[in-house]
Every structure is written in C-alpha cells, then in structure tokens.
Design a protein around this ligand. Sequence first.
Ligand SMILES: [Zn+2]
Length: 194
Amino acid sequence: MFWNKKKIQAEKYEPEKSVLSKEMTLAFHALKRVVRRDYLVLPNVPMARVVRPFGQAQKDSQRRSLYKALAGYNADFVICTGDKLTPIGVIMIGEGGREVEPIFEHIGTRFIRIPTKGAANTDYLHSVLEAFVAKNDDSPKTLSDTQTVLPRKYCSKCRSEMIVKRARGGPWEGSLFWVCSRFPKCKTSELHKV
Ligand SMILES: [Zn+2]
C-alpha cells in the first residue's frame, strides 16, 4: 500500500454511480446467475492475483520482471471457489488480454473469452459456462481414454499431435478437450468445440 504524497482536494471529487461500467455490471449479474451458488464472480481482478511466477523465477529480479509483464492486465471477471477464493477461470469480455492468454493456456486455468454482445445474455453465458454450473471442485485432472477424431490437430507448444479426451471430474466434467499427446509432460489443452 502506498499513497501519493500530493495533497488530495476533497472538493474535486464526486461519487461514482457504480464501480463497473454499465455493460460490465450487466455482465456481472448475468455471470452471477449462471454460476449460481457454487462459485463467486469477482470483477476486475489484477492478473498478478491469479498467477504467480514459480520454478526458475526464484530470484527477486526475475519475479519482479515476470510480475511487471502482467501489470496493467486485469481480468474482467474471475470465477472463484466460494471458500478459499481459488481462481478457477478467467473471463475476458471482448478483445482484452490476448497477450496473457497463453499463460493461462499453459498453466491450465481456464481462460474464457466472451464476445461483448454475449456478455449480458444469460442463455449464451450458460452455454459457454455450462461446465461451471455443474457443481464440482477443480479443473480437469483425470482424463478418460482417448478417441481419435479427425481433422488432426497439433500442439501449439511442442507440435505433437493432440488427442481428444473427456474430462472426468472438475467443473468441465463430461466436456471434450483437445489435449497434447505428451500430456502430462506438455499440458496444452483446449475445449473441443463440437
Ligand atoms: Zn505439447
């Protein structure tokens, strides 16, 4: 916490009507209806609250630079568990956050992009977030047997062939995913759109 030393002039402020824009307020309420009681929806969360550097980034300078790369990016909404506020999905409305999207793909936290016009549409959100509505606790960890589905798809990271698996457990239970055939060594995955 830090404060600007400049003297603050109280008479130059007026209260905001909302902490979110009108569009985002509508999206917030629609999301809340869709995830219901199982999860919380937090608006406008700094990305550095959702991911943190680890592994080689032991040195302070490395951590700082990794965090700095995230600074300025806020998730429009984060879906969290109700108890520990564990983030399980990042939601971006419109086009923001393209640059940080690969991080989330890599670490397996769902990154869900919702077109602006669908953001306040409960039916649309329901179809996109269906898996969250199904009550469960974590992202897909156990995956069932593979099926070969054409056309072929190759991992964006290691270029290995991707295979289709069905998530067993977690909020995406029952959903099909493209998963890198080197899983769990390579964790590239994406929702298989049927
Ligand atoms: Zn791969």
